[in-house]
Design a protein. Structure first.
Length: 327
């Protein structure tokens, strides 16, 4: 965020809106083989933020709906309000502007679908829109990353980048932050199933090995490169044989009941690939076409029901737009 601090912004207070309402999408981080560097946005679920300009200076949260009381109303502890305060301080108007926030969660917390990032992106996109869009999406990105740092202790961009930019994104590097949008094949769909079991992000990260075998690293590099080539070429066969994870999945799968049976079901249904969404427990069947994605997700959900595990299902194409104004 150092480069942002050097830039001067001229705000036209006559362009500040009285209120905005924004939807920001859920995301599938890692895209199976690209741990912490790849991700894509989906059409649904996601989170919604309504933001209001008020006379009393400061940032406050009016209400949070859909979180079962899990999220803090304290403006310094909630990632949405904390990041809004950060951005206002960056613009030098934290003592001039009053903002109140209503957050509606349309997605489960701890699902592995970027719940915190969707909220943060919605909040930052909303305040930027309220102010007349003084910052570009690229300039908003570091504030989104800070929201992830507040939420889970690790400032990664594999969720916030696709949530903010839309489509499929590659985080090339963090110093400086360098995010690249990748092509989205028209027929690429995701069949997502969220088994309602608890897999905290921090616990999932602690399982990951700090050192890996060189042969495994080479395999993973090849898969990531193959996947990116497949996206550019719209080559679904190449995408399919590249989306395999030999580094992270073997350890994280331990935390997800019935993971390998779900994988077998998805691939038998015709999915291109199958893996963990983010840190889990949500799983994703990547497919060519909506019908295959729907079938794979439905069969997985039926299996989980037989195992007495409740689940939620989402089927979506890749959301290429990212956050959007609802008003």
């Amino acid at each position: 965020m150092e480069s942002l601090e050097k830039k001067q912004y001229e705000l036209d207070f006559t362009k500040i809106r009285e209120s905005v309402r924004v939807f920001a999408p859920a995301t599938v981080a890692n895209m199976i083989c690209g741990f912490d560097i790849l991700g894509f946005a989906v059409d649904y679920p996601g989170d919604e933020v309504a933001m209001y300009r008020v006379e009393e200076p400061g940032v406050r949260i009016r209400t949070i709906v859909g979180d079962d009381g899990k999220l803090p109303l304290d403006a310094d502890r909630n990632t949405v309000s904390a990041c809004v305060k950060m951005l206002l301080a960056h613009l030098g108007i934290q003592d001039e502007l009053g903002i109140e926030i209503e957050l509606t969660k349309h997605m489960p917390i701890g699902s592995g679908l970027g719940s915190s990032s969707a909220s943060t992106v919605a909040g930052l996109f909303a305040v930027n829109s309220l102010l007349g869009n003084p910052l570009s999406k690229e300039e908003l990105m570091p504030f989104c990353v800070e929201g992830e740092r507040l939420a889970c202790g690790h400032g990664h961009a594999d969720n916030v980048a696709p949530a903010l930019m839309g489509g499929i994104t590659l985080v090339r590097g963090y110093q400086p932050l360098d995010v690249i949008k990748l092509p989205v094949p028209d027929e690429l769909y995701a069949g997502i199933v969220f088994p309602q079991v608890d897999v905290p992000t921090r616990d999932a990260r602690q399982l990951i090995k700090e050192k890996v075998l060189l042969k495994d690293a080479v395999t993973q590099w090849g898969n990531i490169a193959g996947l990116i080539a497949g996206l550019y070429e719209r080559d679904y066969a190449l995408i399919s044989r590249s989306m395999h994870d030999v580094l992270i999945e073997p350890t994280r799968a331990i935390l997800i009941p019935e993971f390998y049976e779900m994988k077998r079901i998805a691939l038998a249904a015709g999915a291109l690939s199958f893996g963990i969404s983010g840190s889990g427990p949500s799983v994703v069947a990547i497919a060519r076409g909506k019908e295959v994605a729907e079938q794979a997700a439905s069969f997985i959900q039926q299996h989980l029901t037989q195992c007495e595990i409740e689940s939620l299902k989402y089927v979506s194409s890749v959301n290429v737009d990212g956050p959007k104004l609802l008003d």
